[in-house]
Design a protein around this ligand. Sequence first.
Ligand code: NAD
Length: 462
Amino acid sequence: MVETSLEKIFLHQKAASLRLRKQDISVRLEFLSHLEKAIQNNLEDISAALVSDFSKPKAETLLTEIFPVMHEIRLAKRNLKSWTKPKKVKAPITMLGTQNFVISEPRGVCLIVGPWNYPFQLCISPLICAVAAGNTAFIKPSEFTPATNKILIKIIKEAFPEEIVAIVEGGPETTQELLELPFDHIFFTGSTRVGKIIMEAASKHLSSITLELGGKSPTIIDSSANLKIACEKLVWSKFINAGQTCVAPDYILVQKNIINDFKSIFIATLNQFYGSSDLEKKNSPDFARIITQKHTERLQELIQNALSLNAEIITGGEVDLQNRYVAPTVLHKVDPHATVMQDEIFGPILPLIEFKDIHEAIHFVNERPKPLALYIYSQSESNISAILKETSSGGVCVNDSIIHLANPHLPFGGVGPSGIGSYHGVHGFRAFSHEKAVLRQSWLGILLRVTYPPYTGLKMKI
Ligand code: NAD
């Protein structure tokens, strides 16, 4: 049988991963330093690539693509020694004399499949965890970010030989080809739909998986919330990256008695951030474009469908297909059956839904698939506690949005349809490690003779 080029690289990586196991962690630390240096050497080009791919503002690239990965590398380098130390555990009295510990061993050869929305960070962050844990890896970035992929390839080649990290460009068919290989772990970031395809393919080889998926992340804002602060945080977190963020507030549940105040403060904040006229907003250098024309058309259809079901546009609504521009758009009186309330929006469209009391808001969330994130804006301890207890989501922010993912001490991941597993910091190291249980017997082990056959005499009287 003739090997494909992917199979050849896979076999080289398999051999390299066995060598890596034997080597001291100084080898991993060196690779992490190479990666850090390669990123530093290419900072300007990373920003330029993201401008080219979807006009992502440079400040947003620094904040959401560069800082998180630099922080992740430095955290891994600082903590690798303690993360890799065998962890002692206790033993029951019947195992007197034994030593018991857990060793984090590398999984082996890993596959990292990335999405287009944070195309640099979402390929490099999992890679840092994979390398820190002693693995080799293939990266398959999204086909929709050609400029970023070019710089990703340059950085990977500067930092790693191909037998440690390989990067393969292509669309779904390339992922399918890669999925034929018996990876030890697959780390996928993308849609819930494709997550199911990945999980099914992983079952063929029983590869372990981490699935970082999407969904509709709700925000609940009650009448006790500080509206000015809440609106600043919500406008920022919804419209950063033009709403193309997995944890962006997808829709907002607003308590009925504050809806008018909320609308006016939200719009005033939007105008303050991006300009007060439609034209100013369109020309704002701080507002990104939609990744492709096809994705822009999808967003246009979401607005049209909501309007056909009697939703009202409070602000925005403009879609310029040619320039891949969708204005920051707020919709009110949205029918829950409208597609904008069925599908993950993943763009700068924000539906507002009213609720009377907190139980109604909780019920609304619980009727839908478990989201990746949930945001609560409230000063009421009883409301906060009820939402935390009675809903399920990958993560929660109270009186803020999206920033929980910037704390590497918190695990970041979904639950059910929004994902399986988590990463960031030590959680990422664990995702790419197998926790091997080790029991080491001492001379006292001879006492266990009482458990051996033949089961006669005293043994039968126990
Ligand atoms: P996507 O699922 O369409 O694509 C992700 C990756 O899968 C790409 O590399 C793509 O080439 C590949 N792919 C697409 N179709 C495939 C198929 N049929 N078979 C095999 N591979 C296939 O996702 P996207 O549009 O790139 O990204 C948007 C989605 O990702 C949103 O749902 C968003 O919420 C989610 N997301 C999640 C996180 C997270 O951390 N949980 C982060 C970013 C994005």
